[in-house]
Design a protein around this ligand. Structure first.
Ligand code: TTP
Ligand code: MG
Length: 361
């Protein structure tokens, strides 16, 4: 079992590479390797590029560029109209994949999402998860994405953007300031062209420069945004993900550093995971009705088995007993790469336990 530092937030940001264009290429393999531009019709001479493949970007093309200009720079590109229905469908499937990896999930646009993975991973083990997510998306959808892992929402987004396409950038709390030092200020989400040129005029080009500039000067340049940028530049941001929906399940899983076929070790890990999800269950004043164990073997074949108990519970002994029974039935002696537990069918404790006060109120 990998040790876990309870105080460190670990946020993952996943952003699909040249999303609309990549979806078209995945559905029309003859487009592979070609400059592909999605957006307005170049014959109409108005409108802009929605996005374009990385091959098209080598010609200087980018999102938002007038399509007429794109056509001048790269007439040989394949120009396709936007097919939103297809992209939405693919996006939904990608989000379904991502959600499986953490209950704390926040979709922020059609092609990007945050996951809080602090409960199940450390900075040391997080690359295993990132690679697994990238592999699953590529295998199921034929698409590449870039992943950033860092101590806050902002830094995770900056990390995923750092090495596109097909990137994986992990910034530990200890590496954060040196990562920020030489990045251009435009790498901060929300610093558009206007703020960029204002800062540049004041001689502030890198995030390191931003951190060294006094707050008064920054506020005079960029108003309240100056405070925010300074905070980010000093590595102080700790923003987590925003989860709006009530919890539907509580899960925790772990990927072993080395694949294992030792059932005793697996049971110990299950015990640890169960204690952790139980803690969250009790902390959230919830009861669960369904208990699930998940095992992924070294060939990436995933098996789950769930048991629904007659009455909702938050009794640790009952939950552990169910988990161990399920494991005995599910485990077939294979070499295992990942193991997990999940509690679902959640209800608020108060709604099933009536007390005298419920009758009085
Ligand atoms: P982005 O993630 O910003 O861009 P991208 O996925 O195409 O490329 P990257 O590899 O740099 O992430 O946006 C996601 C999709 O949103 C993009 O494929 C098309 C659409 N989009 C527009 O329609 N107009 C725009 O100006 C931008 C930026 C994106
Ligand atoms: Mg993208």
């Amino acid at each position: 079992m990998i040790p876990h530092d309870q105080n460190t937030r670990i946020i993952m940001h996943v952003d699909m590479d040249s999303f609309y264009a990549s979806v078209e290429i995945a559905h029309h393999p003859d487009l592979y390797g070609k400059p592909v531009v999605i957006g307005a019709d170049p014959r109409l001479n108005r409108g802009v590029i929605s996005t374009c493949s990385y091959e098209a970007r080598t010609f200087g093309l980018h999102s938002g560029m007038p399509i007429s200009q794109a056509y001048q720079l790269c007439p040989q590109a394949v120009y396709l109209p936007v097919n939103m229905n297809l992209y939405r469908l693919v996006s939904e499937r990608i989000m379904t994949i991502l959600k499986q990896y953490s209950d704390l999930f926040e979709q922020v646009s059609i092609d990007e999402a945050f996951l809080d993975i602090s409960q199940s991973y450390t900075y040391l083990s997080s690359p295993i998860l990132a690679k697994e997510i990238k592999r699953e998306i590529q295998e199921k959808e034929g698409l590449l994405c870039s992943v950033g892992i860092a101590p806050s929402r902002y830094y995770a987004k900056m990390a995923s953007d750092f090495d596109k396409p097909d990137g994986m950038t992990i910034i530990t709390p200890g590496d954060l300031l040196s990562f920020l030092e030489n990045l251009p200020v435009s790498a901060i989400p929300g610093v558009g062209k206007h703020r960029f040129s204002l800062l540049k005029r004041a001689g502030i080009e890198t995030i390191g420069d931003l951190g060294r500039t006094d707050l008064f000067t920054l506020v005079s340049i960029a108003g309240n945004w100056g405070i925010m940028m300074h905070h980010i530049a000093l590595g102080l941001d700790t923003t987590g993900i925003r989860v709006a929906q009530p919890r539907r399940s509580i899960g925790r899983e772990t990927t072993f550093l080395c694949d294992t076929d030792d059932p005793t070790g697996m049971r110990e890990t299950l015990l640890h995971l169960t204690t952790s999800v139980h803690h969250t269950l009790v902390d959230s004043h919830l009861l669960c009705k369904t208990i699930t164990v998940k095992i992924r073997d070294s060939d990436f074949c995933t098996k789950t088995r769930a048991v629904t108990i007659p009455t909702e519970t938050d009794d640790l002994k009952t939950i552990i007993a169910e988990i161990m029974n399920i494991f005995t039935e599910l485990y077939n002696g294979d070499t295992v790469r990942l193991i997990g537990v999940r509690l679902s069918g959640l209800v608020q404790k108060k709604s099933v336990q009536t007390s005298i006060f419920d009758y009085l109120s």
